[in-house]
Design a protein around this ligand. Structure first.
Ligand SMILES: *[C@@H]1O[C@H](CO)[C@@H](O)[C@H](O)[C@H]1NC(C)=O
Ligand SMILES: *[C@@H]1O[C@H](CO)[C@@H](O)[C@H](O)[C@H]1NC(C)=O
Ligand SMILES: *[C@@H]1O[C@H](CO)[C@@H](O)[C@H](O)[C@H]1NC(C)=O
Ligand SMILES: *[C@@H]1O[C@H](CO)[C@@H](O)[C@H](O)[C@H]1NC(C)=O
Length: 553
C-alpha cells in the first residue's frame, strides 16, 4: 500500500508542478493581470497634470451602402481607426520591463476594459452613435493603444435636389468626443509615412463600389470652431467629407426616356385630321395623364422640400405645359374647322394670311388662295354677288369643283330663254301650240290670234323663268356655302401645321436645354471651392493611383 500512496503523491506533485510551470510560462496572462491590476478605465490617462491625450483618427471606407434622398441619410460601412497612448499600459519601462521584457509583440485586450476616448459620430440620424462592435484593442509595449472597430453609420446629409437626377451631393461625417474637451484630449488626423491622412482611406481590395454613386472627393479635416472656447465640446471636431456624384443611367432608362418618348407622341396629335374630332383631344389628354404618373413617381423619390424643384420635376412641368397647350390647340382647331358661313364670316384678310401667306411659308401642298376680280356673277345678286372672287380649293376636291364650275359657266353662257324653252317646249301643250304657230310662220291665224295666245301663256312663262332663276340662285348659294366650309377646314389645317412646327421646336429645344444643364452639372474639381488642394494620397506610385481612380469611377 505504501508504494500505492507514494505513487499517488508523486502524481499529485507532478500535476502541481505542471500547473505552476504552465502559469509561469504564460507571460502574457501575467502581464494582462498585472496591467489590469489597479487600472480604472473611467480615468483618463494623464501622467502629469495638464497632459493632453492625443487621439489619432483615420477612417477607412469599405462600402457606401446608400444615400436615402427622402430621409436625407447617408449609410456607410466604415472602420474607425483610433490610436492613443495610455501610460498605465506600458511595459517597456522598469519595473515591468524586467518581468515582461521578452514580450515585444502587441497585446490584445478587450476594449471594454480599457479607457476609450468617447469619440462618436455627431451627425447621425438613427441614434446609433457608437461603433458596431467593441472588438479587441492592440496594446504596444510603449502603452499605445490601437483600436479598429467596424461601424455602420447613418449620417445626416443635406440633399441638394436642384439637379436631380444629375446631382452631386456633399455629405459629411462629423466626429467629436462626447465628454472630453480640447483641454483633455486632442483629436488629430493620423500620420502615415510623413503624410497626414487628410482623406478618407479606401482600400481597393476591401471596397465595394456603389452602383448609384461615384465618389468624387473624400477629404478629411480637423476643424476648430473659433466661436467656442477650448472648454466646449464643440470646439474641435474631425470631419470626413464625401462628395459623391450620381450615376444617372438608371433614371435615364427608367424615367427620362419613357417620359420623353411618351411626350413626343403627344405632338403627333397634330397629324390627326380635324375631322377626327374628339380623338384629337382624347389623345393629348391621355398623354397629360401619363405625365402625371411620372410626376408621382418623382415625388416619391425626392425629399419633400419646397426650397428647390428638381430638374426632372422642371422637365415634367415643362412637358405638361406643352401638352396642355396642345390640348388647347386641338380645341381651337376643332372650333375653327366646324365653322359655317352662317355662323362666322371669313374676311379677305384672314384668307390672305391663313390661305396664302402661311401655307407658302410652311411649304404646305395646297393651292394658295388668290383674290380674283374678273368673274362677276350675273345670276346671284344676293349673297353670291358680294363675293368677287373664285376660290379654287385644294386638289382633293378639285374634280368635283371643276364639274360644278363647268356647269355654272354653261348656265351663264347659254341664254336663259333658250334653256327654258328647251324644257318647256315639250311639257306645256299651250306653249307648244304657240311655238308651233310661230314656227310655221303665222300662216293660218292672224296676228291678233297669236297675241292672244302669247298673252295666255305669259303668266306661266314668267313663273317658269322665276323658278328657274330661283333654282340657279340656290345652287349657286349652296356651292358658295360649301366653298366657305371647305375654307374653314383649310384654315384649321394651316393652324394645325403652324402650331405643330412651333410646338415641336419648343418641345425639342426645351428638352435638350433642360437635360444639357443637367449634363454639365458636375462635381467641382477640388473638394473645397477656392482651395486647389485635392486632399488625396500622393500619387508618386503610378500603379497604386491607377487602381485607386478605377475604384472611384
Ligand atoms: C528572456 O528570454 C531569454 C532567452 O530566451 C531568457 O534568457 C531570459 O531569462 C528571459 N527573460 C525573462 C524576464 O523571462
Ligand atoms: C519621413 O521623413 C524623414 C525625415 O524627413 C525621412 O528620413 C523618412 O525617410 C521619411 N519617411 C518616408 C516614408 O518617406
Ligand atoms: C461641402 O460642404 C462643406 C461644409 O459642409 C464646405 O466647406 C465645402 O466647400 C463643400 N464642398 C463643396 C465642393 O461644395
Ligand atoms: C509602388 O507600390 C508598390 C506596392 O504598392 C511598391 O512595391 C513599389 O515599391 C512602389 N513604388 C514606388 C516608386 O513607390
Amino acid at each position: 500500500m505504501d508504494s500505492g500512496l507514494g505513487f499517488c503523491l508523486f502524481v499529485l506533485l507532478r500535476i502541481i508542478l505542471l500547473a505552476t510551470t504552465a502559469l509561469s510560462h504564460n507571460l502574457e496572462a501575467d502581464l494582462f493581470q498585472d496591467l489590469m491590476k489597479d487600472y480604472n478605465k473611467n480615468v483618463r490617462p494623464m501622467e502629469n497634470s495638464g497632459d493632453v491625450t492625443k487621439v489619432h483618427i483615420k477612417m477607412t471606407l469599405t462600402n457606401l451602402i446608400s444615400l436615402n434622398e427622402k430621409e436625407e441619410a447617408l449609410t456607410t460601412c466604415v472602420w474607425i481607426e483610433m490610436e492613443w497612448c495610455d501610460y498605465r499600459l506600458r511595459w517597456d519601462q522598469m519595473p515591468r520591463s524586467a518581468l515582461y521584457g521578452n514580450i515585444t509583440s502587441q497585446l490584445r485586450m478587450p476594449s471594454q476594459s480599457l479607457w476609450l476616448p468617447d469619440v462618436i459620430l455627431e451627425n447621425n440620424v438613427d441614434g446609433q452613435f457608437e461603433v458596431a462592435l467593441y472588438c479587441n484593442a492592440l496594446v504596444s509595449p510603449d502603452g499605445c493603444v490601437y483600436w479598429l472597430p467596424p461601424a455602420i453609420y447613418r449620417s445626416a446629409c443635406t440633399i441638394t435636389v436642384n439637379y436631380f437626377p444629375f446631382d452631386w451631393q456633399n455629405c459629411t461625417m462629423v466626429f467629436r468626443s462626447q465628454t472630453y474637451s480640447a483641454n483633455e484630449i486632442e483629436l488629430v488626423l493620423k500620420q502615415e509615412d510623413n503624410y497626414t491622412l487628410e482623406w478618407v482611406d479606401i482600400d481597393p481590395e476591401a471596397f465595394t463600389e456603389n452602383g448609384e454613386w461615384a465618389i468624387k472627393h473624400r477629404p478629411a479635416k480637423k476643424l476648430i470652431n473659433p466661436q467656442y472656447t477650448k472648454d466646449d465640446l464643440e470646439y474641435q471636431e474631425v470631419v470626413f467629407f464625401l462628395i459623391i456624384q450620381r450615376k444617372p443611367l438608371f433614371y435615364i432608362i427608367n424615367i427620362i426616356s419613357p417620359c420623353v418618348l411618351f411626350s413626343s407622341l403627344g405632338l403627333l396629335v397634330y397629324y390627326l385630321p380635324a375631322k377626327a374630332g374628339g380623338q384629337k383631344c382624347f389623345m393629348s389628354i391621355a398623354t397629360l395623364l401619363g405625365q402625371t404618373v411620372f410626376v408621382f413617381l418623382i415625388a416619391k423619390k425626392v425629399p419633400e422640400t419646397s426650397q428647390a424643384v428638381p430638374l426632372i420635376g422642371k422637365y415634367l412641368m415643362f412637358v405638361m405645359s406643352v401638352t396642355t397647350m396642345v390640348v388647347m390647340n386641338c380645341v381651337i382647331v376643332l372650333n375653327v374647322s366646324q365653322r359655317t358661313p352662317n355662323t362666322h364670316k371669313m374676311t379677305d384678310k384672314v384668307r390672305k394670311i391663313l390661305l396664302n401667306t402661311l401655307p407658302r411659308l410652311l411649304r404646305m401642298q395646297m393651292q394658295p388662295w388668290t383674290p380674283e376680280q374678273d368673274i362677276v356673277s350675273e345670276v346671284g345678286n344676293g349673297h353670291a354677288a358680294s363675293r368677287n372672287y373664285v376660290y379654287v380649293p385644294h386638289y382633293r376636291r378639285r374634280s368635283s369643283m371643276t364639274l360644278i364650275m363647268k356647269a355654272e359657266e354653261y348656265m351663264l353662257k347659254t341664254s336663259r330663254s333658250e334653256l327654258m324653252f328647251k324644257r318647256l317646249r315639250e311639257r306645256n301643250g299651250l306653249i307648244k301650240s304657240v311655238l308651233d304657230k310661230l314656227h310655221n310662220g303665222l300662216e293660218g291665224g292672224t296676228t291678233e290670234h297669236l297675241c292672244a295666245s302669247l298673252a295666255n301663256a305669259s303668266v306661266d312663262l314668267k313663273q317658269c323663268v322665276a323658278s328657274c332663276k330661283h333654282i340657279a340662285v340656290t345652287a349657286k348659294q349652296k356651292n358658295v356655302f360649301q366653298n366657305e366650309n371647305e375654307e374653314w377646314f383649310l384654315v384649321a389645317r394651316v393652324i394645325d401645321r403652324a402650331c405643330f412646327i412651333v410646338m415641336a421646336l419648343v418641345y425639342w429645344i426645351g428638352t435638350v436645354a433642360i437635360f444639357l444643364t443637367g449634363h454639365f452639372n458636375k462635381a467641382p474639381l477640388s473638394p473645397f471651392p477656392g482651395d486647389p488642394k485635392t486632399y488625396l494620397p500622393p500619387t508618386n506610385n503610378l500603379t497604386e493611383s491607377g487602381t485607386a481612380t478605377e475604384y472611384l469611377g
